[in-house]
Design a protein around this ligand. Sequence first.
Ligand code: FES
Length: 368
Amino acid sequence: MTVREVPDALPGDLYGKHRHDPGTRVLDAIATARLRWSSLVNRRDLRPRVDDRRFPVVVTERRIVAHDQDVVSLRLARPDGRELPAWRAGAHLDLELPSGRLRQYSLCGDPADTRAYRIAVRRIPDGGGGSVEVHDELRVGSEFVVRGPRNAFPFAVPGHGSPAERLHFVAGGIGITPILPMARLAHRLGVPWTMVYTGRSRDTIPFLAELESFGEHVLVRTDDEHGLPDAAALLPGVGAGTAVYACGPTPMTSAIVAAVRTMPEVELHFERFSPPPIVDGAAFEIELAASGTVLEVPADRSALDVILAARPDQPYSCRQGFCRTCVVRVLAGDPDHRENTLSADEHAAGAMLACVSRSHGERLVLDL
Ligand code: FES
């Protein structure tokens, strides 16, 4: 998931010029379909409902883990020291920040450590405030509430649930967070694995020393030293029998999706930082029932974005249709549910995820 308020660890213009290419839109459609599949898989982890696992934690350690000082890692424990809910590689935690913001961050510690979680957060000054709050407000001793963990990026180890014979990981900047526990587990189990770890420069990528301790398994490839990576540079040696796990900016994962499509017998699993591009979007209107205010939703923007512009306090988190935080009730209209997270009964009751869903008709009336 990553997916969350996470920066593009690679420069915004690295692949940005491709974002409106027809080919990229097709790839993004594929990526979205895969993400929806991932959401389906994730639903298994929502039983019991994740909201039932809501508990306080305290920050027990705070470290800066990138040379540019913009990535902080926090170790979290229960205030009473009891064991924490178990988790598996790829899982994330929902943080209820003191401001009331809800933000999701991948767990990047060791699942075998039952007394502490570890997360890492890159500061994004213009990212909605969550990361800045984590950096500036959370200190050792700070207490807040978390939900989860839950897993939208499940990891299957070759020989232990996956038919693949080897693993290849691709991490873009802070995208290393869900990948790190996977690599550690593969290493511990003796599964053949490699990784390309990429970012703008060595100063910007977190946990560099931890990754370099894996020796030749990990290729660190930064833009300032090696230039912008293409898919071939991200997938060296990947062939039949390989399972690829990737986490990074949407353009990076889209490039990998395109490349893997041409590779027979290669599995691909990925998590991206940002909302999926809107495919086949049409403009529609939203009416806020309480005030009668009518908002225009352009073809290339989400309903959530438009609602947030009018109501900045509207809750949201993943922006990708799997966390349920942005759910709204439709009082009139014909919603186009572009997710597999809500059940048919919930849809029938009027629930809609504003971050991804749209309208079949000209207007939706929302209970806002
Ligand atoms: S913000 Fe997570 S489902 Fe919409």
